[in-house]
Design a protein around this ligand. Structure first.
Ligand code: NAD
Length: 264
C-alpha cells in the first residue's frame, strides 16, 4: 500500500523555514521512504541541501535543484531537466507558499502581486510545464498544498494568501477536469493549523514575536485541541499521489483536526 516505487516526483519547497519538519521537507522525505525518485526543489539551495542530508541519514536518496518556482524560465528548465535526467515525471507536489499580513487597504500592491505569484501562479507555471509531460506519458498525479485560509477566516488578516489559496483549490478543480481523460489527476491537500517551523515566522508577522502565545492560540482554535504537524500533511499528500487514489481527482483532503467543520 502507498508505495511509490518507480515513480519520479518533483516536490517544490523541499526545504524548511527553520530547523524541524516543514510540510515540503516531510513530503520529500516520505516519498523517498516510499520508493520514489524525488527531485526536491527550493529557491534556497542550503535549505534543500539540509533536507538531502536528513533523507540520506535515513538511508534514502534525495536529488535537489535550485529553482524559483515563480520564474517561468526556471520552472521550464527544471521540468525539462527532470525529464532529461530521469526519463519521465509521475508526481508533482506544489508545496511552495507563504503568507503576508494585510487587508486590501493595509497591503501594498507589490506584496499583493508577490503573494499571488508565490501561492498561486507558481502552481500554474509548474503545471504548464509538467502536465504535457504527464499527459504524453499516459498519466500522472499533481498534489497542490492549499490552506484552510482559502476556505475560512482563520484568525488573522492575510487577504492575498487567503485569496490565492482559494484560487489554488479552484485552479485544481478545473485543471483536473481538463486533464481527466489524459490520466492526470490533480488534488489538493488543505492543511489547517500545523505546528511547523513556519509558525515561528507567523509569530513574527502576526503575533508581535510571541511564539509561545501564537502556539497556544493555534492549539486552542482546533476542535482536537492541538495543531497537526508536517507528517499529517505528508501522509495525505502520499495518499493522493499514490496509485491507491487512482479514481480520485479534482478534490481536496482537509487535514485540520476538525477546524473547518467547527467553523462552517
Ligand atoms: N504550517 C502551516 O501551518 C500551514 C498551514 C496551511 C498551509 N500551509 C502551506 O504549506 C506549504 C509550505 O509549508 P512548509 O512547512 O514546507 O513551509 P516552509 O516555509 O518551512 O518551507 C517552504 C520552502 O519553500 C521555499 N521557497 C520559498 N519561495 C520559493 C520559491 N519562489 N521557489 C522555490 N522555493 C521557494 C523556502 O525556501 C522553504 O524552504 C505552503 O504552501 C503553506 O502555505 C502551511
Amino acid at each position: 500500500m502507498l508505495r511509490l516505487d518507480g515513480k519520479i516526483a518533483i516536490v517544490t519547497g523541499c526545504g524548511s523555514y527553520a530547523p524541524g519538519w516543514g510540510n515540503g521537507k516531510a513530503i520529500a522525505a516520505l516519498f523517498a521512504r516510499q520508493g520514489a525518485t524525488v527531485l526536491g526543489v527550493d529557491i534556497d539551495a542550503g535549505a534543500a541541501e539540509e533536507t538531502r542530508r536528513i533523507v540520506e541519514q535515513e538511508g534514502n536518496t534525495l536529488h535537489i535543484a535550485a529553482c524559483d518556482v515563480t520564474d517561468s524560465a526556471q520552472v521550464d528548465a527544471l521540468v525539462a531537466g527532470c525529464v532529461a535526467r530521469f526519463g519521465r515525471l509521475d508526481i508533482l507536489v506544489n508545496n511552495v507558499g507563504r503568507s503576508e499580513p494585510g487587508t486590501p487597504v493595509s497591503m501594498d500592491a507589490e506584496t499583493w502581486r508577490q503573494q499571488l505569484d508565490l501561492n498561486l501562479t507558481s502552481a500554474y507555471l509548474t503545471s504548464k510545464a509538467a502536465l504535457p509531460v504527464m499527459a504524453g506519458q499516459g498519466g500522472g498525479a499533481v498534489v497542490n498544498i492549499s490552506s484552510v485560509a482559502g476556505m475560512r477566516w482563520v484568525g488573522k488578516d492575510q487577504v492575498a494568501y487567503a485569496a490565492a489559496k482559494a484560487g489554488l483549490i479552484q485552479f485544481n478543480k478545473v485543471t483536473a477536469v481538463a486533464f481527466a481523460r489524459q490520466g492526470v489527476r490533480l488534488n489538493c491537500v488543505v492543511p489547517g493549523l500545523m505546528l511547523t517551523p513556519l509558525v515561528q515566522r507567523l509569530a513574527e508577522r502576526y503575533g508581535a514575536g510571541d511564539y509561545e502565545a501564537m502556539v497556544a492560540m493555534r492549539h486552542a482554535q482546533v476542535p482536537m485541541g492541538r495543531m497537526g504537524d508536517a507528517w499529517d500533511v505528508a501522509h495525505a499528500a502520499l495518499f493522493l499521489a499514490s496509485d491507491e487514489a487512482r479514481y480520485i481527482t479534482g478534490t481536496e483532503i482537509v487535514v485540520d483536526g476538525g477546524l473547518t467543520a467547527s467553523t462552517g
